[in-house]
Design a protein around this ligand. Sequence first.
Ligand SMILES: *[C@@H]1O[C@H](CO)[C@@H](O)[C@H](O)[C@H]1NC(C)=O
Ligand SMILES: *[C@@H]1O[C@H](CO)[C@@H](O)[C@H](O)[C@H]1NC(C)=O
Ligand SMILES: *[C@@H]1O[C@H](CO)[C@@H](O)[C@H](O)[C@H]1NC(C)=O
Ligand SMILES: *[C@@H]1O[C@H](CO)[C@@H](O)[C@H](O)[C@H]1NC(C)=O
Ligand SMILES: *[C@@H]1O[C@H](CO)[C@@H](O)[C@H](O)[C@H]1NC(C)=O
Ligand SMILES: *[C@@H]1O[C@H](CO)[C@@H](O)[C@H](O)[C@H]1NC(C)=O
Ligand SMILES: *[C@@H]1O[C@H](CO)[C@@H](O)[C@H](O)[C@H]1NC(C)=O
Length: 268
Amino acid sequence: METNIDNPVFVLLVLSIFLLCSLVRICDGVDIIRQGQTVRDGDTLVSEAEIFKLGFFSPENSTLRFLGIWYKVDVKAVVWVANRNNPISGNNGALRIGVDGNLVVFDGNNNLVWSSNVLRFSLNNTTVILQNSGNFMLSSNESIGDTNGVHWQSFNNPTDTFLPGMRVQVNSAIGEYHAFTAWKSANGPSPGNYAVGVDPHRGPQIIIWDHMKRRWRSGQWNSVIFTGVSNMSNIASFLYGFKLSQPDENRTQYFTYNSSKPSDLLRF
Ligand SMILES: *[C@@H]1O[C@H](CO)[C@@H](O)[C@H](O)[C@H]1NC(C)=O
Ligand SMILES: *[C@@H]1O[C@H](CO)[C@@H](O)[C@H](O)[C@H]1NC(C)=O
Ligand SMILES: *[C@@H]1O[C@H](CO)[C@@H](O)[C@H](O)[C@H]1NC(C)=O
Ligand SMILES: *[C@@H]1O[C@H](CO)[C@@H](O)[C@H](O)[C@H]1NC(C)=O
Ligand SMILES: *[C@@H]1O[C@H](CO)[C@@H](O)[C@H](O)[C@H]1NC(C)=O
Ligand SMILES: *[C@@H]1O[C@H](CO)[C@@H](O)[C@H](O)[C@H]1NC(C)=O
Ligand SMILES: *[C@@H]1O[C@H](CO)[C@@H](O)[C@H](O)[C@H]1NC(C)=O
């Protein structure tokens, strides 16, 4: 963690180009989709403050297509990927809200390659919003920031990036939690060998696993810093509000951090 935190991406805001929309097709500048609307390959959603974009992308030197979220200023700064395990070949992928209210991604032959997979009777008339935090949130309520009626969110289903506002759970009843998994290679977001997460036992600490083998640990959290990370106190705790929350009713605590403004574009 200490090696990435000194790489915050700084940025200039860029004016967005608003295209004319057809009735069911989404185009740049919109941050929400509703039942019946489709994000096709080439279309993008943009968060309201123009920080994050969502759409189909290809990793460098690859022609395979993935649905993902990236910083609007840099398509290479991908922070979340939906169909990590099921790349789409060809530029005919599409994201929409299925009849049961789940988010679904189809390839050009109408094969399902990814679903939010919320198992409920029927979610009914859901909407999904790309928030300024980078959270892609499926809910029955369009009110931005309202967490009531949230059925699924990308912040609870991360890939390899820990963004401000995300919560990493710590609960000794649950045990080791592999929260984030690295890309297999720079050209492919399928899950690689390395994971990072939390070992909650005897004072929580951050672990990097190679498969199931421990490769690095942070030392225990002493409520200000991880004791094995020598100069952490100068950076994470004080500048970025890195902290462990109080236990909730289920004795779950969360590691969180914060950025004073989303436009700082911090990420682990
Ligand atoms: C879904 O919407 C219909 C009306 O469109 C309503 O009658 C039904 O109760 C809703 N179902 C749920 C689970 O909210
Ligand atoms: C679905 O929700 C929208 C607003 O979110 C509302 O205008 C519409 O009437 C709803 N449709 C049904 C069938 O409930
Ligand atoms: C949606 O959220 C707003 C703001 O929190 C709240 O006032 C409203 O009652 C909610 N609507 C529904 C249908 O849950
Ligand atoms: C993409 O290919 C070029 C040329 O072969 C190479 O220099 C570059 O490192 C590759 N990038 C990645 C991410 O593999
Ligand atoms: C942490 O300390 C090392 C050695 O003192 C130094 O080289 C490095 O720049 C420091 N990192 C940060 C982010 O302050
Ligand atoms: C605690 O767990 C119960 C059962 O899983 C769940 O319904 C509830 O939302 C949890 N509470 C919190 C604060 O997450
Ligand atoms: C994070 O920052 C926001 C705005 O700067 C503030 O409202 C919020 O309380 C902070 N959260 C934490 C956990 O410090």
